[in-house]
Unconditional design. Structure first.
Length: 333
């Protein structure tokens, strides 16, 4: 073999080896490049709870969720937030059933109506899953505890605020979230009892908004058309006062019709600042969520738990607005 052929062989062999190494190197890179790299530490939870709410994207319920998630983080709980996209009793009940079927350690939910919620809650509890009612109690069920507003008292407060602010002279229309929900019924009853001794206060109409701001606005508009004597409104759930205020703001005049509503969502505060809503009943949704999770843990661990925990309720008017709102008021004047 000539020297030239030996050199050619050696060159060929080296070239072959180099190509093989490239092929192996890049082949490996291609095969592994899309594989996910597990960097997240596996989180460990002691319990798995579900918070089932009336309406997922309702700002009020998002506050309950925030409180519950904060407690879940503090106490090592995996918390799921579930419920209908828009208030719907059947979907609400189904979500509770599904949570129970997936064998969670505890369910936090409203006890909206006795007829539908009580038998379901009782079945879930009998299957060994503890239930705590939040915001709305199903007092006749076997739920372990309730945390939330004293709904009768909150309605009573709204009635007293209306008497005070209208000097006992008003033709009132009530817009309530639902005729069938326990808390809405109690808020109406508390209000009626507060005003019943007042000769100058007349309840002209009571209608339902189905927990919808648009429907509350439609109903308010209709009432103003049908009953020109109405000069006050009482809205019994977070979106009712806002819906009524939208109509008064647009078609009447802020302040011309008295409004007492519920809750302190950003829009409600804005309408109080503008003088469209005169008073609102303050609830503590964040605290409800936080304490409900803590109560559930205590229950599971066999620690004592109060069966009924009422969170704070009070009336807020323009003078009680957070300072940041009042500054904005001066700017816009
Ligand atoms: C009630 C909630 C309700 C919400 C509706 C609140 O005042 O406490 O139960 O889901 O209003 O927007």
């Amino acid at each position: 073999m000539s020297r030239l052929s030996v050199l050619a062989y050696i060159f060929g062999a080296v070239f072959f080896l180099v190509s093989c190494s490239f092929a192996v190197f890049y082949g490996y890179k291609v095969l592994t490049h899309d594989l996910p790299v597990e960097k997240k530490p596996v989180e460990k939870y002691d319990y798995h709870f579900v918070l089932v709410t009336e309406e997922l994207d309702n700002e009020y319920w998002r506050l309950v969720e925030q409180g519950a998630k904060a407690a879940a983080k503090d106490y090592g709980v995996m918390l799921e937030y579930a419920g209908p996209k828009q208030a719907n009793i059947d979907d609400h009940l189904k979500t509770i059933e599904m949570s129970a079927a997936s064998k969670v350690d505890g369910i936090l939910t409203q006890g909206l109506s006795d007829e539908q919620f009580t038998p379901l809650i009782d079945r879930v509890v009998a299957s060994g899953i503890p239930v705590i009612t939040v915001d709305t109690d199903a007092a006749n069920s076997k739920r372990m505890a309730y945390i939330g507003t004293d709904n009768y008292y909150s309605g009573f407060l709204a009635g007293k605020a209306l008497i005070q602010d209208t000097k006992g002279q008003a033709n009132v229309a009530i817009i309530t979230g639902s005729f069938y929900a326990n808390h809405q019924q109690q808020r109406v009853k508390g209000f009626q009892d507060a005003v019943k001794g007042e000769k100058g206060i007349h309840i002209i109409d009571i209608v339902e908004s189905e927990i919808s701001r648009v429907r509350a606005a439609e109903k308010a508009y209709q009432i103003i058309k049908d009953h020109p004597e109405v000069n006050a409104f009482y809205g019994t759930s977070a979106l009712d006062g806002i819906g009524i205020a939208q109509v008064v703001d647009r078609f009447v005049k802020p302040g011309k019709i008295y409004i007492v509503g519920f809750d302190t969502l950003p829009e409600s505060l804005e309408y109080i600042r503008k003088g469209t809503i005169q008073a609102t009943v303050v609830q503590e949704p964040y605290e409800m969520g936080y304490r409900a999770v803590k109560m559930m843990i205590n229950l599971i661990q066999g620690k004592p738990v109060e069966p009924i925990v009422h969170t704070n309720t009070r009336i807020m008017r323009i003078g009680d607005l957070p300072v940041s709102h009042l500054y904005r008021m001066e700017e816009s004047n």
